[in-house]
Write a protein that binds this ligand. Sequence first.
Ligand SMILES: [Zn+2]
Ligand SMILES: [Zn+2]
Length: 279
Amino acid sequence: MKWDGHTHTPFCYHGSQAAQELYIDRAIELDFERYTLSEHPPLPQGWIDDIPLFKSLAMPEHELPDYIEHAKRMKRLFEGRIEVTVGLELDHLPGQLDFTQAIVEKWHQDLEDVVYSVHYLPTAGGMRCIDYTPDYSREHLLSYYGTMENVVNEYYNHVEAAIEWVSQLPMRKRIGHINLIEKFRKALPEIDEQQMRQRLETIIPLLVKKNVGIDVNTAGSRVETCGKPYVPEWFLAECRKQGVACIYGSDSHKPEHVGTGWEWFAKKTGGIMNRGDSK
Ligand SMILES: [Zn+2]
Ligand SMILES: [Zn+2]
């Protein structure tokens, strides 16, 4: 099945205001058969202390019902042409897991897909984004954790906790962009490949055991400081071998992003996404 499993919508405050139909029309043009809407849900008040930044990260709380309604409307509107699925890119919120739990409890009947992502790490100054800008990462993460090695270790600790947490959800679920920590790799001190590989090697059996998939997120290829997908090729191959659901995701923030990186994904996988793709 040709499926884009991670996309954003006009409800994204750091994306584009382009009409939703333009994204889905593009997916149809590219012969996609399934298209998952996976918008960022609201964050807890005060999650990030920088208010303009906080406001750009996610929709305000009162908009979530409108978003779910929007997604269901798109599903109906495109029925017969492409299967639109209703989803969210839920955040792993250390210390506030009950906030995300409450969203799931309220909306689980509508939610078909959950992309579960680590976007934040704790510091003495509060929660910080890992994917905002290189300067921000240097100022707020590197300065606090001291070395890239420590940042990377902390990041994968959170990814492991995220796999544990999301495994309890009843709908299809996958870990968003598992190597998002590489987003600014060319602008920050080098990340030790060996360390990354070791951490990812222990994550594979956890994904298998917990029956959690991966979002094979190609957005990193569009980012100059990264230049490659957020899933290493060896990791993708090993996940596929072990039966982990490997779902392509463009992480589109504008219509022209839809389907980007699909050719790379198809070359690596034959377009086959393993378990979880047919459910
Ligand atoms: Zn994300
Ligand atoms: Zn996303």
